[in-house]
Design a protein around this ligand. Sequence first.
Ligand SMILES: *Cc1c(COP(=O)(O)O)cnc(C)c1O
Length: 344
Amino acid sequence: MATHRYELASDNTAPISPDAWQALAEANAESDASYGEDKWTRRVCELVREIFEIDCEVFIVFNGTAANGLALAQLCRPFHSVICHEHSHIETDECGGPEFLCGGSKLLAVRGANGKLDLAEVEATLLKQRELHSPKPRVLSVTQASELGTVYTRDELAAISEFARSRSLFFHMDGARFANAIAALGCAPKEITWQLGVDVLCFGGTKNGTGGGELIVFFKKELAEEFDYRAKQAGQLASKMRFLAAPWAGLLSDGVWLRNAQHANAAARYLEAKIREVGGCRLAFPSEANAIFLHMPEQLVRQLHERGWHFYKFIEPDIYRLMCSWAVTERTLDEFAADLTALR
Ligand SMILES: *Cc1c(COP(=O)(O)O)cnc(C)c1O
């Protein structure tokens, strides 16, 4: 294998975004308070309140698995359950972290086209729960943008929220790619979160350009009670919090987070057009954010891998994911398309 190319493997194979790096260097120029008492952490909390236009509670943890698990644990007791999509990260990619951190709460995975929750399926799942004998449904969780590269519209989220409210369920949003969803919808962050009744958002920065550190945003401050203890006990209180916070401050200042997401989404549109031009691979789901899912013949995949391109099979038997990041260049996309053309 001559080269290793990770540009389309994931959005966490990308480097740290220059503005995040710059802020990190600035934070590194002096001493500051520890355990989140520093000015960078304060600045991030202020920026989040500005961007979401609400006085909310903001916490920083090391990664998205911890953010999701701890956010859900805050809403659930061990005998509760969380309704989520069968392809959701909390269900498929967190090694039981949410169940562990909740102390036993069960995830109830439901189907839905294109990675989005289908309320009829959710309803059917709820009906299967036997009062007292099944864990009590407590939270409805969505991922925005979804794991399959689609984006819930504002109306879809409004319907889910209304459903959750009518069943007394909390509304959790895994926003590992929240920025890409906002870039795709072109709306204000509040319009698809607290204004629709989202209770807690896990806001991802790693895939948007930090080196680590995800935010947990509680839109109802009372829901955050004693969360600081929960995070600390789970080993998720960084003593040098400022070095997680500073890159975030870099992203959230002057709209960098949105520009990074817009770049990633636009790159996916460009790549999708190229792939259609070449022909031979069919899209598995509508590509609405920065991911492209393709049905690909095994031989083509093998040959692309041999040319150095890393990317993953996501769904059996033949659905593969190409992911565009804030950093991917037109040249990379052209080179991938040229290899596709040569191999088809
Ligand atoms: C990447 C990702 C996360 C966070 O994963 P970590 O590896 O724990 O940081 C959470 N949810 C979704 C949908 C993701 O894609």
